[in-house]
Design a protein around this ligand. Structure first.
Ligand code: ATP
Ligand code: FE
Ligand code: MG
Length: 337
């Protein structure tokens, strides 16, 4: 099975061809980070315009690198949601046009299912498993009893972890996106400022990062007001420690309660070196296998959309030409009971 994946939900224009849901034949990502940097975040109108400029080239490049003709493909999979509506529409319309022109089936994919299935491209997924989805827009724990089944067991009540990383980075004067910079500084720090941990009610698998974010911002403002120097690295280290502590504790607890043998991590923040190391170590102690995609498959890409699309294709899922971008799309199971 050869699937062309297309992803435009946020600020990367991406296309990829994946064979049998596992083997990447091409993976082209045109990132807008350099253009969006000067705005300190993603400006939706700018994102849409840049997607329009890139999408055709990116798809052509992905097909050429894969060395395939359109008639060699089995389907086109595209991110249907969630994301920025104007950005999603560019990918959805390109996918519809491509599928229609070449008589191929069309499959609308949930962006987070894509992040999860990035793990299939690298070492595989053994069910049942617990997935930690930790990205710019999501922080969730999901139980997957089998392929194509998702049961939400916990989610953030306010900010996503990546959002908190980016806001804290901004206050510290670090470039966008802030996650990698905080990660690097946290490793260089000699001391860590102590910040609170939001564990919520006993037994809860939900997350909250807005209190932590406010505590960091207050700490920085107070120091500046008193004319003290802000120890950027020690603030970064303290913030990161607080995030990791809570995320690791809840993930391990969920894995034990569900009795799974594997935990996978997915989404941009799963590129975090401190988090990967801490989760790996804590799960190893429990005899639970931990997998996380290589860094370039943690952040947004289209290979992950093709990988999830392949599982959906095999389950017989198809979209029709009324497919639309759905900014608030919910993650639903596609496999039957
Ligand atoms: P979503 O996937 O929820 O729709 P998104 O697509 O914007 O949101 P991703 O592209 O998956 O999110 O991830 C981007 C986020 O990952 C940013 O917030 C960025 O700061 C964060 N990030 C990337 N690398 C790291 C890192 N090493 N440590 C922490 N955060 C990181
Ligand atoms: Fe993403
Ligand atoms: Mg992104």
């Amino acid at each position: 099975i050869h699937i062309l994946g297309i992803e435009t939900s946020c600020d990367e224009t991406a296309a990829s061809v994946v064979k049998n849901g596992r083997e990447i034949l091409s993976n082209v990502v045109a990132s807008q980070i350099e253009s969006q940097k000067r705005f300190g975040g993603v400006v939706p109108e700018v994102a849409s315009r840049l997607h329009v400029e890139q999408i055709t080239l990116v798809i052509e490049e992905a097909m050429e690198q894969a060395g395939l003709r359109p008639e060699d493909l089995d389907a086109v999979a595209v991110t249907e949601g969630p994301g920025l509506v104007g950005a999603l529409l560019i990918g959805v319309n390109a996918a519809k046009a491509f599928a229609f022109a070449h008589g191929l089936p069309l499959i609308g994919v949930h962006h987070i299912a894509g992040h999860v299935y990035a793990n299939r491209l690298d070492g595989g997924m053994e069910f049942p498993l617990v997935a930690l989805i930790i990205s710019g827009g999501h922080t969730e724990l999901v139980y997957m009893e089998r392929d194509g089944q998702f049961e939400l067991i916990g989610e953030t009540r306010d900010d996503a972890a990546g959002e908190a990383y980016d806001k804290v980075a901004r206050v510290l004067g670090l470039p966008y996106p802030g996650g990698p910079h905080i990660d690097r500084l946290a490793h260089e720090a000699e001391v860590a400022v102590e910040f609170p941990r939001a564990r919520l009610e006993e037994g809860s698998y939900d997350f909250s990062f807005s209190g932590l974010k406010s505590a960091v911002i207050n700490h920085v403002h107070n120091a500046r007001q008193k004319g003290q120097e802000v120890g950027t690295a020690s603030v970064a280290a303290g913030f990161q420690e607080s995030v990791i502590d809570v995320v690791v504790e809840k993930t391990v607890r969920a894995a034990k309660e569900k009795g799974v043998r594997q935990v996978i991590a997915a989404g941009g923040v799963s590129a975090n070196k401190g988090l990967r190391a801490a989760l790996g170590e804590a799960l190893e102690k429990q005899g639970i296998r931990f997998s996380v995609p290589p860094l370039h498959l943690c952040t947004d890409n289209a290979a992950m959309i093709a990988a999830a699309g392949t599982s959906m294709f095999e389950a017989g899922i198809r979209s029709d030409m009324s497919l639309n971008g759905r900014p608030g799309m919910e993650l639903l199971s596609w496999s039957a009971e």
